[in-house]
Design a binder for this molecule. Sequence first.
Ligand code: PLP
Length: 438
Amino acid sequence: MTQESTSDATESGRIVKRAKTVIPGGAQTGLRAQAYDTGDVAFERAEDATLTTVDGDDYTDYHLGFGPIILGHAHDSVDDAARRAIDGGVLYGAGTTTLEVEVAERLVETIPSVEQVNFCNSGSEATYHAIRLARAKTGNEKILKFEGCYHGWHDYVDVSVYPPEDSLGEQYPESEGMLSSAVENTLVVPFNDSEAVEEVFREHGDDLAGVILEPVPHSVGCILPRQEFLDTLRELTEETNVPLIFDEVISGFRHSPHGAQGEFGVTPDLTCVAKALGNGYPVAAVGGREDLLSQAGGDNKSGVVISGTYSGNLPGLAAARETIDTIVEEDVQSHVTDLGEKYRDGLRDLLADHCISGRVVGHRSIFSLQFGVTDKPETYEDIFGLDEATFRDFAAGMRERGHFFTPNPYKRHHLSFAHDERHLKSYLDDADDVLANL
Ligand SMILES: Cc1ncc(COP(=O)(O)O)c(C=O)c1O
């Protein structure tokens, strides 16, 4: 949507217009700007499962800030914990804190691979640190990643997340301005393809610094890993002493407090967590084997530098401690997994009822409706043929009826502990109506 097409008739329209003057694209990221695909939107409140615009329009929120909100927006006990932390000062930046130790201890207890932890503020920082630790340990530079996996915005990993069809199998930089040597050192093969991984190990085994993956890729809806693929990765990396890095920025604490590594029984060497760790507060961590993490314990004249003024900030850690405890004590995953199953089943029934070609993919608390493609996706290529325009129409129709999710057809819906059967019924009733009129 261009600036001219924003509407002065609503407060959202007026704010979007101002935003487009002073903020590139009118939003903090291009992905956020895509919300304008279905109209002007400026939000000002969120509570439980409801997101409210500056015009007072309420939506049931399935976006949940791209996934961090696992307990619901403005969760009382998490916010109270953060407030108490704020009262004691938000940042000390010297020595350690009780909170830092307590959250680290919880990560060590819950995530199988984690023996030590460093905190940071975002998923991209966590994957950056993990790769630096892996490079330092091996003395090598090349990393291996998989098409369709997103690990953040930095040059090491923003490669072949959404390669066009004619760039499959190549190292496709997702942004202009990237360092070519970083891209060259990021090898890329298809997800779930053990033979391609074996070939990389035959050709580059001695030069590899690490293998990084989302054990469940989420940036293309949702792809589930073949067990044999994860087992092969573990065996090859163990044999060659190449650190295996699980990017659990989405799966950690959203799908399970033990991460996908607990669910699939494959323990990596390094793990990145963020998003649901703090129910929306900026807190993230890289954790893993003691011999890898302890490289960062030096005095900055030796070893690995992991740094960040705001790392270990108190409100973020207080939110993380309360979020982890709530997830574990209230068995949040059972609720969101059951509900997710019902949304997926309901949408599959609706596609069949309306004879619409498409598929419903997802895992536990997330789901995506993908039009024009039917086979179970196993790798990035399986999203080719997806009907983007129909998804945007579906998103617009659902938004008119009070359900918000990004109109980006490659992303996903998220559920939280605050979603319940009433949201399910309302969503499916309205989806029935929208699909009938597509
Ligand atoms: C799997 C995964 N890794 C890393 C990141 C980057 O996290 P952040 O946006 O907090 O930098 C994301 C963000 O969506 C993600 O989904």
